[in-house]
Design a protein around this ligand. Structure first.
Ligand code: PLP
Length: 458
């Protein structure tokens, strides 16, 4: 911690200081994440099997747990320069409002049109698809952030982009849908009659408003049944976490510039990609015995994968077609109550983040929706940025930790990830402003239903 240099409100890196490689934390992990399994044979999945669904270069990244650094191709570095480096902001105004001696920093990833960190992986995945000579990619989107990011990346590279959007989001979030279409994406409400699985679901459940699991099944079918297409996914996978390490590497470089050593690092956890990307370089130091940090994952009390889930092999999707992954999970059949942090409503967790948690290098807490929006509002009023509901989970815990410092008088340095903006979440803010938000916490009995559906795999 340096008192010599005055810390600016925003610490920017020069273009020349931007990371040129992603960091693969698995290389430094003594206990590697368990391998992905083929759901039919229950054997570790092979390059060939995964290559039918995903691009070759991404399959290599997915299955590699020994290479510590991957070069970021120049074309991706150039795209990153349009909206990166993202600022590391000293939250002077929030500190003052809280009256805390703690020093609070946040890494802001909402500075691009898609409004979140998801663009960091979207451009990488689209790039490798293009390089492989493919025509296009297919994906699903729930809340819409991922589909938007992928649309932007595909437009930039001239790649066809097919998005299956959960029908209720398609209807409730028309503006996200139109952003995607403006970037040239083909957006289909799911379930649809374009795929066999969609037609089957429509026949069995006429009038259904869809689900993420169903949209994944449609997107995978669309990719595998057409020449020149592959499927891409915006979270959970190790390749996504790898691309998101740009967040942590930039954060570390900015902190190092001012000799700042964080005490606490906080991130929100849906599928674990932003959190894993933020903490990777710091966890790497812990694994190599170079430093120690307190790391906190924050999840919604309505979907508590880490704090109440089981560490077990499970399906990544509700349709049970993707490989099995060992992770903290609530069971792929678990359906969380309607929450306004759509990006955090996932039953499982990245296998890397899960192993880091299992090895006690990280803590996890769950928070309730109303208190999350209270933190969001408090943050917006003093720091100016209107945060995404997902990101506000991290704000909640950063504020709580800063208030603890106020009691003890400790000058801790807190860093948290602010993953995005909330302009497309005003329906949720409306519920909060009207006092109509509910804080549903699943009972043990309800969680038992999800656990009962776990596959029987050791
Ligand atoms: C998707 C999303 C998340 C959660 O996804 P992770 O893979 O856990 O990072 C968090 N914040 C925002 C703004 C998102 O769009």
């Amino acid at each position: 911690m340096s008192n010599e240099k005055t810390i600016p409100y925003k610490i920017y890196l020069e273009e020349s200081e931007m990371p040129k490689q992603w960091y693969n934390v698995r290389a430094d992990m003594k206990n590697k994440p368990a391998p992905l399994l083929n759901p039919d044979t229950l054997k570790p999945i092979t390059h060939e099997e995964l290559g039918n669904v995903f691009c070759d270069e991404l399959v290599k990244q997915e299955l590699d747990d020994t290479t510590a650094y991957f070069d970021i191709p120049q074309e991706i570095q150039d795209f990153y320069k349009m909206y990166r480096p993202s600022p590391l902001v000293r939250a002077y105004c929030l500190e003052k409002a809280l009256g805390t001696p703690a020093k609070i920093y946040y890494k802001f990833e909402g500075n691009n049109t898609s409004g979140s960190h998801k663009l960091n992986s979207a451009i990488a995945q689209a790039y490798y698809a293009k390089k492989q000579g493919l025509k296009g990619v297919t994906t699903e989107t729930g809340a819409g952030q991922w589909g938007t990011a992928l649309s932007m990346a595909c437009a930039y590279l001239g790649l066809d982009c097919e998005v299956y959007m959960v029908k209720c989001s398609y209807e409730q979030k028309p503006f996200r849908r139109e952003v995607m279409r403006t970037y040239g994406a083909n957006v289909t409400p799911s379930p649809s009659d374009k795929t066999a699985v969609g037609r089957k679901i429509l026949a069995e459940h006429p009038g259904t408003s869809g689900s993420l699991g169903c949209a994944i099944s449609e997107a995978v079918e669309a990719a595998t049944s057409k020449e020149g297409y592959r499927y891409v996914l915006g979270s959970v996978l190790s390749q996504v976490l790898l691309h998101q390490t740009i967040i942590g590497l930039e954060t570390k470089a900015a902190l190092d510039k001012y000799d700042i050593k964080p005490d606490i690092i906080i991130g929100c956890a849906g599928g674990g990609s932003n959190l894993g990307g933020l903490i990777s370089p710091f966890v790497g130091e812990m694994l190599r015995g170079e430093a120690n940090y307190r790391i906190i994952a924050v999840e919604p009390a309505s979907c508590p994968s880490l704090t109440r889930g089981k560490y077990a092999y499970d399906f990544c999707d509700t349709g049970m077609i993707c490989p099995l992954s060992k992770m903290y999970t609530l069971g792929s059949g678990f359906i969380p109550s309607a929450s306004h942090a759509g990006g955090l409503r996932y039953h499982g967790m990245s296998s890397i983040v899960s192993q880091i948690y299992e090895d006690k290098l990280m803590e996890a807490v769950s928070v309730e929706q109303t208190s999350v929006f209270e933190a969001a509002q408090q943050f917006a009023k003093v720091e100016g940025i209107l945060p995404a509901p997902e990101s506000s989970h991290a704000i909640r815990v950063a504020i709580d930790e800063a208030l603890k410092c106020k009691e003890t008088g400790e000058e801790k340095t807190i860093v948290f990830g602010l993953t995005g903006t909330g302009y497309f979440d005003m329906f949720a803010y409306g519920k909060f402003n009207d006092g109509e938000m509910n804080d549903y916490i699943p009972t043990d009995e309800e969680l038992a239903v999800g656990f009962a559906g776990l596959p029987n795999v050791e």
